[in-house]
Design a protein around this ligand. Structure first.
Ligand SMILES: Cc1ncc(C[n+]2csc(CCOP(=O)(O)OP(=O)(O)O)c2C)c(N)n1
Length: 366
């Protein structure tokens, strides 16, 4: 027997859990001042997250998927992208979405069940939140193919969970992206859990990044709690894809510190000790420790930021609560270019019934 193929998976990290630099920083991170926008966005995302959970608990949102502990993945991805690139997110990528111009009000609307929250004011070509697991990975391959056909120097960036890498959609998408050298970047937001299914029971593969090898594309692991590592890896993958070098798969290792959604209770399947240990790795305090050590951040700045984030989130809550509820015709209006006759009848019936249904009900999200 002879060896016909070998491979290795590299792991990238610049800041260790204690906020110490482990290797020379990439150019964008050389000046700590450049990292402050990343830090601010992670804190804003965390503030938004906590408020969304509170709104769900008081019945203002239907459900909510927290991004607690995963802020560095989405902020790293969002900050690496150009406006003309296209983001195809799952449902925990708030940091990337905010970076790209999606508003908190829109995301509150979405999670309250109001589909108008998907009509993003950010780059209007970005895809909506994707709840069906891994389907956006295929969409990303399609978007990247369109860019390639049109010879546009743009890249499709799909973000999805570890559980998504068990789906056929994922394999099909990375396979075709490899075969056609599509301008796509695939980012696995590996938070270790697919609801109650731990990563180790999800696959026998040693890393998720190595799944790239079978598709003939590069795969690497990054510390997903180190925003510098995420941003650098995504930036490099984007530059390569833009220059015609094809796709990359990046596995960002992080940890879901909260429940899967507000409909879940993770304490039923996860031990408290592990979660506690993971808090020592989390991305926000890691970067803060580093910035403080560099003299670029202090308690005064932190307090001012906390106040600013709280008031920005509160303003978004008020705007969201004041938005009038949509009429029932909304659920028919964006499905078809021409509504089939049966659905036209249902739409008319819903509109006729609406005044009776609305009597005595609240008219806005409050
Ligand atoms: C196609 C499909 N199958 C099943 C589900 C139900 N479901 C919702 S979230 C989830 C787990 C997803 O885990 P992962 O991809 O790791 O993402 P995470 O929620 O951890 O961010 C499942 C199975 C779904 N939304 N879509």
């Amino acid at each position: 027997m002879s060896v016909v193929a070998t491979f290795q998976i590299e792991f990238r990290r610049f800041l260790d859990p204690a906020g110490h630099v482990t290797q020379p920083l990439p150019p964008f991170a050389a000046d700590p001042q450049n990292l402050i926008p990343l830090y601010r966005m992670m804190v804003l995302t965390r503030t938004f997250d906590a408020k969304a959970i509170a709104l769900q608990r008081t019945g203002r949102l239907g459900t909510f998927a927290s991004s607690l502990g995963q802020e560095a993945v989405s902020v790293g991805v969002g900050s690496a992208m150009r406006d003309e690139d296209v983001l195809l997110p799952a449902y925990r990528e708030y940091g990337a979405q905010f970076w790209r111009g999606v508003t908190m009000t829109e995301l509150f609307l979405y999670w309250s069940g109001d589909e108008r929250g998907m009509d993003f004011s950010g780059p209007r070509h970005d895809f909506p939140i994707c709840v069906p697991i891994a389907t956006q990975v295929c969409h990303a391959a399609g978007v990247a193919y369109a860019f390639q056909l049109r010879r546009e120097p743009r890249v499709a960036v799909a973000v999805f969970g570890d559980g998504a890498t068990s789906k056929g959609d994922f394999y099909e998408a990375i396979n075709i992206a490899g075969a056609w050298r599509l301008p796509a970047v695939f980012v696995i937001n590996n938070n270790q859990w697919a609801i109650s299914m731990p990563r180790l029971r999800q696959t026998a593969a040693q890393t998720l990044a190595q799944k790239a090898i079978a598709a003939g594309i590069p795969g690497e692991q990054v510390d997903g709690n180190d925003v510098i590592a995420v941003r650098h890896a995504v930036e490099q993958a984007l530059a390569k894809a833009r220059a015609g070098g094809g796709p990359t798969l990046i596995e960002a290792l992080t940890y879901r510190l909260g429940d899967h959604t507000t409909a879940d209770d993770a304490s039923r399947y996860r031990d408290a000790e592990t979660v506690k240990a993971q808090w020592a790795q989390e991305p926000v305090s890691r970067l803060r420790t580093y910035l403080v050590r560099c003299g670029a951040w202090d308690r005064e700045k932190e307090e001012a930021l906390e106040k600013e984030c709280a008031s920005r989130v509160q303003a978004a809550v008020e705007e969201f609560l004041a938005i009038k509820l949509p009429g029932p015709e909304q659920m028919f209006d964006h499905l078809y270019a021409t509504l089939p006759p049966g659905l036209q009848e249902q739409r008319a019936a819903a509109v006729a019934f609406a005044p009776r249904a609305a009597a005595g009900q609240e008219e806005d999200h409050g």
